[in-house]
Design a binder for this molecule. Sequence first.
Ligand SMILES: [Cu+2]
Length: 525
Amino acid sequence: MKKTLNKPVDLGKREHLKFMAGSALASTTVLLGCIGPPPRHAPPRLVPSSDSHANQPRNFNALPIAPLHTGTLSQGVTTFDLALSASTVPYREGPHTNTYGYNGAGFGGPTLVMKKGSRARMQVTNQLAEPTTTHWHGLLVPGPVDGGPHQVVKAGATWLTDAFTVKNNAATYWYHPHMHEMTQKQLTLGAVGLIIVQDEAEAALELPRTYGVDDIPLVLTSRRFTKVQGVANQFQYTDTAYGDHMLSNGVMNAQVGLPQQLVRLRLLNAEVERDYNLGLSDGRSFYVVASDGGLLNAPVAVTRLIMSPGERYEILLDLSGDAVGNTLDLNAYNGPDAGLSFGFAGYEPDQAGEFGSLLNYKTFSVLNIKVVASTDKPVTRMPSRWVSHVYPNTSQATNARALTITARGPGDPFTFNNVGFNMDRINQEVKLGSTESWTIHAGNIFGHSFHIHGVQFKLVARNASAAAVKNYEQGWKDTFHIPLGESVTFVAKFDEAADTRYPFMYHCHMVNHEDAGLMGQFVVQ
Ligand SMILES: [Cu+2]
């Protein structure tokens, strides 16, 4: 039996240890070396990638758990330092795959942990041979901290942001490059990491929160290998919307041991374009407890959860009634008979080509789960109490905007309202502190995933119907799925400032669409 569990790290306890350790051990790196899970740059085991068949034994790789990075506290401000560099990972027999990773990771980066109300700042060193930017997806920070396409960190340079107050609710956020026309490349090569924000409201609930044990980060994406010098071992990042091989936390054929109790999964769809229609292989329900920007006011039991690129959800799995040794899969039900339709990204039946993939139009595992013995103090019941967030509503909106995703035809670049992205053009001007209603229409060519910087918002309607907003979409959001031909309306209060030097972005988070110009800029002042 392969090792599937990393050494437990209690998030609260780690903080305590850090302060106990004193200045000699104040370095996060040292602490992670002592008590953290193994570093991400340990190469994944070499396992031939292949489609799994029910009648064949499956070869699994242990799901890697990114190390925690709690930053360095000095004079009341916690600095989170990241260094992005090139690396390699032996994904297949033969030449290693060229990758990017933060802080020494072969693929991905550490999970940043920050506390609501604390003061923080970011420091990014670019050790690549090309420019990058680092965007803190979902964080409520002003334009100069946001890390959008104007915040270029040249090769060899370091970007240190101003200090900001962490305003976000406890939830799962993420960081990734936002370098215009290079986002797909850099994300594909592995530049992606999670941010966990903690707050008192979340801490007061009896939720699983032992990182890597009953609180599992899960970054979902897929990759296609392209031939270089005759060997198909390199990640393809042009002319492809979909990978052929599932990567969960950076490895193929991922398996995790989860204890016989309630377990939290922090899900991120980090795909280029693919949507996921997630469910469990034995058909059991699971509970959505948090969306992009916070816990839900009540858990939502589902058997299917749709996630488009950029979205996060936290879910609880109840494994308390499972026998030790039981296995099940978290699957993407992206095939026929799943109630999907054209425009759901990855539902195209083609197996190859720019919009085809070996994973398209089928059900495939994103994570195999093997139930292991429960922990010392397991959470075995759903919390009886939840948070009570108050959301903006339509009656508070003093302005309404409408954006339609357009293209002259299939194959032509998508734009908003027929205007392609231009670094020198401000597309929208929003008054600081105002509440607005935005309606995004997907147009009639494909579905999309809309994201806007500088706010968390409330979805108020799908196709002008409040009732059509799904129960698990009722909380704070910063990214949403828009099916082909449909519209989504959200209400947001714009409390973060951005000027023309460092404007905020709104864009499709299918990063191939984004790179091709499906993005706009706005100021808040
Ligand atoms: Cu799009």
